[in-house]
Design a protein around this ligand. Sequence first.
Ligand code: EPU
Length: 442
Amino acid sequence: MSASDYIKLRGGKPLIGEIVLRGGKNVVPKLMVAALLTDEPVIIRDVPKIEDVEIMSTIFRRLGVEIEEIRPGTLQITAKNIREMKPNDLKGISGRSRIPILMCGPLLHRFGRTVVPHSGGCNIGPRPVDFHVKALRELGAIYNENDDSGYFVTKGLRGTTITLEYPSVGTTEQVILSTVLADGLTELHNAAVEPEIMDLISMLQKMGAIISVDTDRTIYVEGVDSLSGTVHTGMPDRNETASWACAAIGTNGRIFVRGAQQLPMMTFLNKFRQIGGGFDVNRDGITFYRENGHITPITLETDVHPGFMTDWQQPFVVALTQAKGQSVVHETVYENRFGYTESLNDMGAKIKIFEESPDQIKSRFGKRNYRQSVTIEGPTKLHGAQIEVPDLRAGFSYVVAALIAEGDTTISNFKVLQRGYEHLVAKLQSLEAEILEIKTSL
Ligand code: EPU
């Protein structure tokens, strides 16, 4: 356990108060990439101070892109003087984020060539980029290797018909960002349609792109000759909304999430209500609480939008440790996203992991011994422990568990939460969480 990066929390007190959301972790860095498609200034508002934004700002500066915080939380990006990306531009960054690979399309349009960034992100299964590479090849990019780096080169990206094997969020964004300026029409079948993708499309539309979305998961992109600058506000973070909702029901508190929107949270709100969560929606946000003092068990599976998001599952599971009866959660998006439950069991939870779905739901990963389902027996009294954050969403779920638990919990590797939760410590303090010690760069 690192002595320099941990938080010690005392549980047993409800979280009460208000937090303010900013633009989503899974949208704002992609809006930044879209700014590379024009020479004109692009202004992005409600930019959170999180790691992916910092990583993209660092790469942009190295490439000669002007990036300036013109007001707190508002970035102005001008890519007029951008130069080609070389391996050195990714020094210290490779493997830390899934965003830089999305720069391939814009850079191929500008220079006909780009180094391919190594992808990264949370440690939740292998997380390959094979769909991205396949799609770029279909659009006319050729992959080469040279001095230990992979490069894409192209004589010009061309619109075509692409069918994704799975509605991958990143690959859908890759195709959109690569085809808005491509020659001709692109038809993307089996596309992801997450609200964050629609937000990216809205910004691109303001920049001059022609993109339409059909109800059957087909996205059509008609290539245009050029795009112009724009001003855009990133949509509020849905994952952070769900995280605080679970903290409210789990601790039997009451949290107003300023900026939370009902429509993109509809699936979450249904499940939240089914387990006994209460919520009041108003123009400025949503207040979350426990409706009648107790939590009801549930069976649910994660899915691509409009399903229940994989990133909501972890704090939801913690709340379900307080439900009366057995819940079942089946993960279908990632092959390995339940490892975090072992530490919850160390805190007194009764969670069992199964390789097969108990209710025989067919898994897209087949019989490859992935641990994809859990049963959660509740209610269980949680007690303090020493635990270590394995990934972002699991990390937040540990915070919720620690705040429910009796006694003190030390959570190490806490800085991982910086990847997706802006000003987390200040938010916990404002909700009157009992923080006994804190040593972290958050
Ligand atoms: N996949 C492949 N090959 C690829 C790409 C994806 O096999 O080339 C697989 C993945 O391994 C996974 C599934 O397809 O099993 C879905 O991955 P997807 O591409 O949809 O995910 P992503 O774009 O890498 C984004 C979010 C994740 C979120 C997922 C699913 C960002 C930066 N990340 O990842 O967010 O879980 O979509 O909604 O947008 C988080 O916020 O904590 C987080 C991990």
